[in-house]
Design a protein around this ligand. Structure first.
Ligand code: ZN
Length: 499
């Protein structure tokens, strides 16, 4: 790098770090709202969030940033890391500067209106009460895609927005290959007479659940000195490498949900903690996108957390922690309950096998909504028909079908595919990890996951956002995203339990 562009680069990085400080403070306010906020304080909190959001927008849209980016983009001497920082910063800068203020305000208003309409429609299980709000969200989403530019079609913008480098065509190809093999597997499992018994999972003391969850998460390497675990209505992970916030929830009758949601969120947290805190706000201290983030949470939750070897170590400890709950339940019974698979109407209640079908259904419908081949008013019927075709049942109500997810109420299109793409990547990472750590099963049986974290740190976390989704997959697993590893993993893990 030449001296003058280095100082321009330094100024850009300093501005990005400052912007991250503001945005992460906003994130902390959102976390606090879910975890701590007294009910009568929510109006003032909304004012705080609005003021800080405006400040963040002003900082992000500073014209100097545009000047620095132009200067750096025409500098042939920038190294690869600096180019990655500039590329990511350009993407963010376009997003804040190319949307007119009137559009941003319309979108914010439509977002809160949409959420309330969805909430009421879902309570009444009546899609017609949400139809207009959804139409508005779809129009705004198309408009935003046109304002910011997209590959072939407006839906491409949203897919790329959450997973840089991804296109609708690529996802179409992946899902079309995955679907028949997955359906075949699900049919074999659900048709088997050999079904697990989960009836003993009742009345698990929540304090003991909380203690056990902390023990497991701590053993995975979550750093409590720069992270926390609290309770909230919905589990989530927020924050960054310097301060990572996890939430979970406990219910006496769904102890495995608490445990695996917590491991899932810890997987997100471990990714954040593996990013370089000195480069927060830049591509060198950021996650690639949602699919890669989800690959981390899924790998810990499923490939590791549902491994029979992992449970060889944890089962005796679980038995001690919940003495009385597991009388007459064998280690095998418990493990089979952990890997229980059944088709359920609700996505968030589904297991790791059938979950992917729920995602494909949503992707298909989003694609049709965007290309105009499906009208919003026809969505409930399309949902029910697809559900029958892919999951084997028709929802009995809108609440159980098309209204079950919050995402579309505030314009969250293009986000669903990331969950399934994350599962594909997690399975590929699993086989690369196993090749790199040949005695992995023995290590897991001893309760040791250090080699897993070390491998992920080196191959995924340390790369931050230097690569896009597919390039990262190729760099770490030798291949772009595909469906073979996921099918192989699901067969290896689940078929022995169901035949
Ligand atoms: Zn997640």
């Amino acid at each position: 790098m030449i001296a003058s562009s280095e100082s321009t680069y330094d100024r850009l990085v300093a501005a990005l770090r400052d912007l991250h400080r503001i945005k992460s403070t906003l994130g902390l306010l959102h976390w606090d709202q879910q975890v701590n906020l007294p009910p009568a304080s929510s109006d003032f909190r909304a004012e705080q969030v609005a003021a800080l959001s405006e400040l963040a927008w002003r900082e992000a849209a500073r014209p100097e940033i545009g000047d620095w980016l132009c200067a750096l983009e025409s500098d042939p001497d920038l190294d690869a890391d600096a180019r990655a920082v500039v590329k990511r910063a350009r993407r963010d800068y376009e997003e804040v500067t190319r949307l007119p203020g009137t559009f941003v305000r319309r979108k914010a208003e439509a977002g809160s209106k949409g959420y309330h309409a969805w909430h009421e429609a879902r309570s009444a299980s009546d899609f017609s009460a949400f139809q207009d709000a959804l139409q508005e969200q779809l129009d705004l989403a198309r408009e935003q895609a046109d304002l910011l530019g997209h590959a072939d079609r407006p839906y491409d913008y949203w897919v790329d927005h959450f997973d840089p480098g991804m296109t609708v065509e690529t996802i179409d190809r992946l899902f079309s290959a995955l679907q028949p093999e997955l359906l075949d597997l699900v049919q074999t499992m659900t048709g088997s007479p050999n079904q697990p018994d989960t009836s003993f999972l009742r009345g698990f003391d929540v304090d003991r659940q909380a203690t056990f969850v902390r023990e497991v998460i701590g053993s995975l390497g979550f750093d409590w000195n720069r992270g926390r675990l609290d309770t909230a209505i919905h589990p989530f992970c927020s924050g960054h490498a310097a301060d990572t916030r996890l939430t979970t929830r406990y219910h006496p009758d769904v102890p495995l949900d608490s445990l695996f949601s917590s491991i899932h969120e810890a997987g997100h947290g471990l990714y954040e903690q593996g990013l370089d805190p000195d480069w927060l706000g830049t591509a060198l201290g950021s996650a690639v996108g949602m699919a890669v983030h989800e690959s981390q949470s899924r790998l810990w939750e499923n490939q590791i957390g549902r491994s029979p070897h992992f449970w060889q170590y944890w089962e005796p400890r679980y038995r001690v922690a919940f003495a009385g709950n597991l009388d007459g339940v064998t280690a095998d019974d418990l493990y089979r309950a952990i890997c229980a698979v059944s088709v359920t109407p609700i996505r968030v209640d589904s297991d790791e096998v059938t979950y992917n079908l729920h995602i494909m259904l949503r992707f298909l419908l989003e694609k049709q909504l965007f290309d105009g081949s499906l009208a919003v008013r026809d969505l409930p019927e399309a949902w029910n028909a697809r559900s029958e075709e892919m999951l084997g049942f028709r929802p009995t109500s809108d609440a159980e079908g098309v209204l079950q997810d919050v995402h579309w109420s505030s314009g969250g299109f293009g986000y669903f595919p990331s969950y399934c793409l994350g599962n594909l990547l997690a399975a590929q990472l699993w086989y690369s990890l196993r090749a790199a750590v040949p005695d992995l099963d023995d290590q897991l049986a001893r309760g040791e996951t250090g080699a897993v974290l070390t491998w992920l740190r080196k191959h995924v976390h340390a790369r931050a956002a230097r690569f896009d989704t597919q390039a990262l997959s190729r760099a770490v697993t030798g291949q772009p995203l595909g469906h073979h590893s996921l099918i192989r993993y699901l067969r290896e893990r689940y078929l022995p339990l169901y035949t």
